[in-house]
Design a protein around this ligand. Structure first.
Ligand SMILES: [Zn+2]
Ligand SMILES: [Zn+2]
Length: 394
């Protein structure tokens, strides 16, 4: 058995304890005071000096005693704003928040990896930058850490991350090359009309009418202006108009949506068109509309050469039969993509599906379950990839 995997199995009880602690006390976005306090104290107990480089963004360095390059390994820490319905004894105690994406696993695995890296610190040929990132779910955290200088001091040469997946078998690693996950651009369209009595619609301007026309026009952008060979989606997730009355024309309302794709130029074109279509459609009916961009994350690019390297190292941990090349791109998004735009990067999807296949359900679901049996694999893969890549790239 791979020596780091063997050690990770020894650390499994500790990893489970940490994971359950994080699971019970989920926090959101970059408002993670208790999570950060816990992670920091664990790292400090291992002998790390921990830096908070931006709000709730932690960095610790391993190695640095021998010359060499720098690999960044990242775990995200935020939960989702949703109630939990798993019935687990360690269910969320924070109302309206749940670790439904598995970031509790990421923190626990990265902490165990940090412990192992400390144990092998004298062997590290260069530096491992251990990065605990806030606010992945609304795509702000990676960018915040980059803006705060995470890629320098020392300069980062490559970046690596792991995300757990509740649908795949324990310890499998799903990976792709090139563009593997879509971009995400979130928007809010504020529509203004003129409110009035429903019995005299000619005295007002209905924002609902405008909103419906904007909705349809946005769908047509995809069918009329996007090359059919492109993978691109535009989803309107909310249309918020009126207050429940049957006979009132409200004065304003909002549409909320997300756009995803793999082509930067196309996304820029569509961003411009969302603004034009909203503005001109509203004007056609006598109202006005304004688009606010809520978040933006680029498509994830996995460097082919770096991928070959980490696949080789990870194979040593999980075995060739557990390495699964991606069959298709996913339109889901990850803000780790920001790292992928700067340096060669890879994000592995670690299988953490429960044994009972009938209970497997995707992440972001209030009943999602992850198997803790996957924890040692994730921790060992982090360590193996970091130490081996540095050794081979002096
Ligand atoms: Zn998520
Ligand atoms: Zn996630």
């Amino acid at each position: 058995m791979n020596k780091y995997l063997e050690r990770a199995f020894e650390l499994k009880d500790e990893m489970v304890e940490n994971r359950r602690h994080f699971h019970m006390y989920p926090e959101l976005q970059n408002n993670l005071p208790e999570t950060v306090k816990y992670v920091r104290s664990q790292l400090e107990a291992m002998g790390y000096e921990v830096q908070e480089i931006c709000k709730c963004g932690l960095v610790a360095l391993a190695g640095g005693k021998k010359p060499g390059k720098c690999i960044l390994i990242r775990g995200d820490m935020d939960a989702l704003p949703m109630p939990e319905d798993t019935g687990l004894p360690f269910s969320s105690k924070n109302d309206g928040a749940m670790h439904a994406c598995g970031h509790d696993f990421h923190m626990s695995m990265l902490l165990a990896a940090a412990k192992m890296l400390k144990e092998h610190e004298d062997e590290i040929e260069g530096t491992v930058k251990i990065c605990f990132q806030p606010n992945e779910e609304t795509f702000g955290g990676a960018k915040d850490m980059i803006d705060a200088g995470v890629m320098e001091n020392p300069h980062v040469d490559v970046a690596f991350a792991i995300h757990v997946g509740p649908m795949a078998d324990i310890g499998t690693l799903d990976f792709g090359k090139g563009l593997t996950m879509g971009s995400a651009d979130g928007f809010e369209i504020v529509v203004n009309g003129k409110g009035c009595h429903g019995a005299a619609p000619h005295r007002g301007i209905s924002p609902i009418n405008i909103g419906v026309h904007i909705y349809l026009a946005l769908q047509e952008l995809l069918s009329r202006e996007v090359d059919p060979a492109e993978q691109c989606t535009m989803t309107l997730g909310s249309m918020l108009f009126g207050d429940g009355a049957t006979n009132v024309i409200p004065s304003e309302g909002r549409l909320l949506g997300t756009m995803r794709g793999f082509n930067d130029e196309l996304i820029q074109h569509l961003r411009k068109r969302v603004e034009e279509v909203s503005d001109l459609t509203a004007k056609a009916y006598g109202g006005s509309a304004h688009v606010n961009w809520l978040f933006s994350s680029p498509a994830m690019y996995c460097d082919p050469e770096f991928t070959d390297d980490v696949v080789r190292y990870a194979t040593d941990v999980v075995g060739a039969e557990r390495m699964i090349p991606k069959k298709a791109r996913a339109t889901g998004s990850e803000d780790f993509a920001y790292f992928g735009r700067l340096v060669p990067s890879q994000i592995f999807w670690l299988g953490a599906g429960v044994d009972d296949h009938s209970k497997r359900i995707s992440n972001h679901n209030p009943r999602v379950l992850f198997s803790e049996e996957a924890l040692p694999y994730g921790a060992a893969v982090y360590v193996q990839c970091a130490i081996e890549w540095l050794k081979e790239h002096k």
